[in-house]
Design a protein around this ligand. Structure first.
Ligand SMILES: Cc1cc2nc3c(=O)[nH]c(=O)nc-3n(C[C@H](O)[C@H](O)[C@H](O)COP(=O)(O)OP(=O)(O)OC[C@H]3O[C@@H](n4cnc5c(N)ncnc54)[C@H](O)[C@@H]3O)c2cc1C
Length: 319
């Protein structure tokens, strides 16, 4: 098949919003967009609902071996992907793994952390921030298919999606060696299972909060705002909060509408994980802290004193 192929990952009967957003973006580029769904026991009606998100057609690879691990999915996807002009992947652990595996399998180029996609001269051009988000790089592909892996939350899901697309089942052949590992179960990550990459509002804990006993001040503000708690690596390494909350180079990349950094210095390794947030508010007692160089609103002061008052004000406003 020519055109754009979008791999839409799913877990527990739900399509990943990252894949749905990418589908909407691809559909807006003008060409014909095909969605690819892999799994076991897939319902045609459910798969066809991807038509509401922009798919003109949905290819379903249904096999007991496609139970969640990436390698069998690479096997199932590769024959179709080899014929596509480009294969697009939303952010996500399995999705990224499949994208990397597919690139290796097909000897194809891959553009990661993509925040925008365009068509030029009949090919896909992927845009990504680079050099600590100080420049934007556009990458095209000299041979097909080009593989594009999106940055988390780069593309919003179509609102009020409705409609269906025709579903076609594709033959599945999974290599023996791809099945040597199997998924034995899933567990909710420490930290209550909250996925900070999906949150609209994040309040983050930095070392400036003084100690684990003060994390509750951040939790209270996050709760009042209807948001979630995130953290710097310094705080995670110190054991104040679990790793699932870490934002940055070795943590998660987030792009909430609002990011309130409390006692966070704004080290480059933290910045790369949150600089694309809509509005960044920094509370830091050091007026020269690096975070003030890229915060939209800066408050110079003691976060331990400011947070309880801010929480009270938010709660009063909401009330
Ligand atoms: C390879 C590598 C990867 C890394 N990956 C990550 C990563 O993924 N994520 C990450 O976050 N870091 C990462 N780091 C670490 C990073 O370099 C910083 O050390 C870390 O982000 C600092 O965390 P912090 O801002 O909480 O602490 P600090 O840098 O110690 O900053 C604390 C801030 O709190 C302020 N402060 C102190 N008291 C108060 C108060 N009462 N009220 C208000 N403000 C106060 C201080 O002025 C200071 O600016 C990485 C480092 C390396 C080398």
């Amino acid at each position: 098949m020519a055109g754009l192929l979008v791999y839409v990952h799913h877990d527990d009967g739900e399509f990943s919003p990252q894949g749905l957003g990418l589908l909407a973006k691809a559909a807006g580029l003008g060409g014909e967009v095909t969605a690819f769904v892999a799994g076991s026991g897939i319902d045609d009606g459910w798969a066809g609902s991807l038509g509401g998100h922009g798919a003109a057609k949905v290819l379903v690879a249904d096999d007991a071996a496609l139970g969640g691990l990436s390698q069998p999915i690479v096997d199932a996807l590769a024959p179709t992907a080899a014929e596509a002009d480009a294969v697009l992947f939303g952010a996500g652990v399995v999705s990224a793994d499949v994208a990397a595996g597919l690139a290796a399998r097909l000897g194809a180029g891959i553009a990661c952390e993509t925040t925008d996609i365009a068509m030029a001269d009949g090919g896909v051009v992927a845009t990504r921030p680079a050099l600590d988000d100080t420049v934007m790089v556009e990458s095209g592909f000299s041979g097909g298919p080009g593989i594009v892996l999106a940055r988390a939350n780069a593309f919003p899901v179509r609102e009020g999606a409705s409609g269906t697309a025709p579903v076609e089942r594709v033959p599945v052949s999974v290599d023996d060696w791809s099945q040597r590992a199997s998924l034995t179960g899933r567990e909710t990550a420490e930290g209550g299972g909250v996925d900070i990459t999906e949150a609209d509002i994040l309040v983050s804990v930095g070392r400036g909060m003084g100690g684990p006993e003060n994390v509750q001040l951040v939790e209270a503000l996050a709760k009042a705002l209807g948001g979630e708690v995130a953290a710097t690596r310094a705080v995670v390494d110190a054991g104040w909060v679990p790793y699932s909350m870490q934002v940055g180079q070795t943590g998660k990349t987030v792009s909430p509408k609002l990011y309130i950094a409390c006692g966070v210095s704004g080290a480059i390794q933290h910045k790369v994980g949150m600089a694309s947030a809509g509005t960044i508010i920094a509370i830091n007692k050091d007026g020269n802290a690096p975070i003030f160089e890229f915060a939209d609103v800066g408050v110079v002061g003691d976060a331990l004193a400011i947070l309880p008052k801010l929480t009270e004000l938010v709660a009063a406003r909401k009330g």
